[in-house]
Design a protein around this ligand. Structure first.
Ligand code: DAH
Length: 339
């Protein structure tokens, strides 16, 4: 029986040594150590030995069993870690591979220009304020020195929502809201969308954007207006850009001006964009009319101010040489991806 035991053990050791997977080794455990296993079968033969031999043989079989159990357990651990290693190697990420193209969102060109403008005015001490797009007649016209039936109402074709409710035609409405809630010194800009019942073409859209500016303090003069707007134009268009102040009319300013800059397309020679004049109009401005200050409870004998309204769309189309304003609103990805 001793030989039989040795033969089984040798055979089992060989097979354990050569097994390739955890499943193989489990099959071997069942084959030798399971209930119907070969070593178990030997134990069952114990009855045929004499009482003196039985403990010796029992000890031998148990020793063999233990040896095989240890061997199987060791091989199991070995195979397990080998399999784990293999799995890890298969799942390794090759960080030297080129990555897939990432689609990253971009700022709309209007927002890029707006951000630049906000930076310029903030560096001059202006706060940014917000105003509603749906306005009352009171803020959009009345307090801006444009009473009902005033001919100046015809300057802007208005979308009315109800008797006294409209889509603001100008960010100037924010001037009034600001003066009602803040005390001088006031230095604010208010960017936003405005609406007019205009026909759509390459230079007109019923929705466009303005940046309103307002400064109110003691002793504010036309020189301050010129200085601030000239500085702004130079920062946006470059310091060699010429800036021209033309007399104009707005009901809420007196005196009023319109500001032109050298055409960025032709450098002032005259072209299709500036209609041959060499100049591009970028904003309207003026000294705040005493009636407007009064309508907000500010004494025009004590305070003065200037205001301006800049067209953001025109600034954007001229900066990027965009030939049609409609492109700014159509959200065609092929167009927007170019910026
Ligand atoms: N609101 C004017 C417009 O839409 C632009 C403007 C002109 C705004 C003069 C002002 C200003 O604040 O002082 O045409």
């Amino acid at each position: 029986m001793k030989e039989q035991l040795n033969a089984i053990l040798l055979d089992a050791k060989n097979q354990v040594e050569n097994s390739q997977s955890e499943a193989d080794i489990e099959a071997l455990r069942v084959k030798y150590l399971g209930k119907k296993g070969e070593l178990t079968a030997i134990l069952k033969q114990m009855g045929s030995f004499s009482p003196e031999e039985r403990p010796k043989m029992g000890a031998l079989v148990n020793e063999a069993k233990q040896e095989l159990e240890t061997l199987i357990a060791e091989k199991k651990t070995e195979l397990k870690s080998a399999e784990q290693l293999k799995k890890l190697q298969e799942e390794t990420i090759d960080i030297t591979l080129p990555h897939k193209e990432l689609k990253v969102g971009k700022l709309h060109p209007l927002n890029t220009v707006l951000d630049d403008m906000i930076n310029i005015f903030q560096s001059m001490g202006f706060d940014v304020v917000d105003g509603p797009e749906v306005e009352t007649d009171h803020y959009n016209f009345e307090c801006l020195n444009v009473p009902a039936d005033h001919p100046a109402r015809d300057m802007q074709d208005t979308f009315y929502l109800a008797e006294n409710l409209l889509l603001r035609t100008q960010t100037s409405a924010a001037q009034i809201r600001t003066m009602e809630t803040r005390k001088p010194p006031i230095r604010v800009i208010c960017p936003g969308r405005v609406f007019r019942a205009d026909e759509v073409d390459a230079t007109h859209s019923p929705v466009f954007h303005q940046i309103e500016g307002l400064v109110v303090d003691k002793g504010v003069t036309m020189c301050d207006l010129k200085g601030v707007l000239e500085q702004f134009a130079h920062e946006i268009y470059g310091s060699d850009t010429k800036v021209k102040f033309r007399p104009s009319f707005f009901p809420f300013t007196e005196p009023s001006v319109e500001v032109d800059v050298t055409c960025s397309e032709c450098g002032g020679k005259g072209c299709r964009v500036c209609k041959g004049s060499g100049w591009i109009e970028i904003l309207g401005a003026g000294m705040v009319h005493p009636n407007v200050l009064r309508s907000c409870g500010i004494d025009p004998d004590e305070y003065s101010g200037f205001a301006f309204g800049i067209g953001l769309d025109r600034l954007t189309t001229t900066r990027y040489k965009i030939s049609d304003i409609r492109l700014l609103f159509e959200n065609d990805k092929r167009f927007l991806d170019q910026f």
